[in-house]
Design a protein around this ligand. Structure first.
Ligand SMILES: [Zn+2]
Length: 497
């Protein structure tokens, strides 16, 4: 059990208007995330507001397919023209030596903004699914040209670093053909590997040889702690959320069973955010008579069809990044004259989805001197997929409104539980100060068992060897109900007491 000392230290939501007092060593460099910019942006009502109508800037970027050289030229020209809003970097090279370009679009393109989330979009992991690749180029154009004219986009870029990787599989794209709606030509990388089956898997041993494109993504998301991600595909019209794999797929070859995460409420919400802001997706109309239809335009990945080695499960389990697979076109590589329509259908979804990074809880984990604690292990009680702090001690977790308990562990510190509440519209800012476990020796000190790291840094599980409490049920529901009164009491005590 925890002592009262270990309960909430500081819980402040932005809507209260209470100053956010935090101790960090470099206070002169800090700007704290504020998502309620209605005070500084006339006419802007906060994160729940809508972007303005946007007219695509076709003089800078036309609705045609861009091969790797065209794409590279566009990205270079854009970053030269908008140096204050964009930065271009490469996370590595494809098998055939093409750069895996990432464009950051943000008010702070070159540096992580303390306390503000990094998010990403990845397109074209399947080389012949080409719509997402072009949508991402147009999204770059949309963001940079709307920054000064649309308060919503300004808010988004002032408070978020958006990393856009238009093509993870440029070699596959080069082998694909415009107008080919189905089939596998160009789907794989140039060595014939399906990159969305090439990641370590939580449920089953993945024996596929890791590819340079996959390695580049793994390194990338190990370096930058992404909070939210969308992976754009084609061949269906649906938002598909983790898990993609399941421990028991072999026994359900005819009817796939859902394989739900402990954050199922969040993943459903993220998927619905995309589907509901899309021109058609939420209608759930099947692409063809033989294809499945998806209620409200969303599906659990494994319920659609289970797969091993997918990117979204890896993002979530290994890095706490909530990734959703966005299938944006029935035809994988439609003729270019249809691209404008796809952009119109998807542009609002793409923006509103990213804005969801500003929902839930965020904050810092610090030592008693206000120094950041890096790689502290965090977990929302009842949701046994963990996440960790950045080198600045920051953390983020997308959560729906409710009352929660955050469990924090760090080497050399006494573990802590912190109750907090999440409301609609405003993220909860939460600072956690950890006490060193050795210096606290005294009459009231009881050593607390430090949980094994493996509990929060998942290992590849052998089939059937899954931790029993990791994936079953929706523990959050009972958690909210049973801790509602306790959680609320300590919340009130600690804001006002
Ligand atoms: Zn795909």
């Amino acid at each position: 059990m925890l002592t009262t000392k270990q309960t909430v230290l500081a819980v402040v939501t932005l809507c209260t208007g209470i100053a956010f007092a935090i101790q960090v060593p470099t206070s002169d460099q800090i700007s704290i995330a504020s998502n309620d910019r209605s005070d500084v942006l006339p006419g802007f009502g906060g994160a729940g507001d809508e972007p303005r109508a946007y007219r695509p800037d076709t003089s800078s970027l036309d609705f045609v397919y861009h091969n790797h050289e065209d794409m590279t030229r566009y990205l270079r020209a854009t970053t030269a023209r908008y140096p204050n809003l964009t930065a271009l970097y490469s996370i590595g090279k494809s098998v055939q030596g093409r750069e895996l370009w990432v464009m950051v679009v943000s008010a702070s393109p070159y540096e992580h903004m303390l306390g503000k989330p990094d998010v990403k979009y990845i397109g074209n992991i399947h080389g012949n699914e080409a719509v997402g690749r072009e949508l991402l180029l147009h999204m770059i154009q949309y963001l940079i040209t709307s920054y000064t004219t649309d308060p919503y986009i300004k808010w988004l870029l002032d408070n978020t670093r958006i990393h856009i990787l238009p093509s993870l599989n440029p070699d596959g794209y080069a082998a694909s053909k415009e107008g080919t709606c189905d089939g596998g030509q160009g789907r794989y990388n140039s060595r014939g590997f399906d990159l969305n089956r090439n990641f370590p898997d939580y449920f089953k041993q993945n024996n596929k040889r890791s590819q340079p494109e996959t390695e580049a993504v793994k390194e990338w998301i190990n370096k930058i702690q992404f909070v939210l991600s969308g992976s754009l595909h084609g061949g269906a019209l649906v938002a598909s959320y983790p898990y993609d794999n399941t421990p028991n797929a072999m026994f359900n070859s005819y009817v796939s069973q859902p394989s739900l995460t402990p954050d199922d409420d969040v993943f459903k919400h993220l998927s619905l955010t995309y589907a509901n802001n899309h021109a058609k997706m939420s209608r759930g109309v099947a692409c063809k008579s033989a294809s499945p239809s998806f209620e409200n335009g969303i599906t659990n990945g494994a319920a659609w069809y289970p797969l091993t080695g997918g990117m979204q499960d890896y993002n979530y389990i290994w890095h706490g990044c909530m990734e959703v697979t966005l299938e944006v076109s029935c035809c994988k590589f439609p003729p270019a004259y249809e691209l404008r329509k796809y952009w119109d259908d998807n542009q609002l979804s793409m923006i509103k989805f990213l804005a969801e990074a500003h929902r839930g809880v965020q904050g810092f984990v610090m030592d008693p001197n206000g120094g950041p604690i890096e790689r502290a292990q965090l977990k929302i009680k009842g949701r046994d997929v963990g996440f960790s702090t950045t080198k600045y001690g920051e953390f983020w977790r997308i959560l729906m409104p409710g009352v929660y308990k955050l469990e924090v562990f760090a080497d050399g510190f006494v573990p802590r539980d912190v109750d907090f509440m999440v409301v609609e519209q405003h993220p909860t800012l939460l600072n956690v100060t950890m006490q060193p476990s050795k210096r606290n020796d005294g009459p009231y000190y009881r050593p607390v068992q430090q949980p094994a790291q493996s509990q929060y840094r998942p290992q590849i599980a052998a089939p059937g060897g899954l931790p029993s409490n990791s994936i079953n049920g929706s523990p959050a529901d009972e958690g909210i109900l049973s801790t509602l009164s306790n959680g609320f009491n300590s919340l009130v005590n600690n804001i006002f007491g």
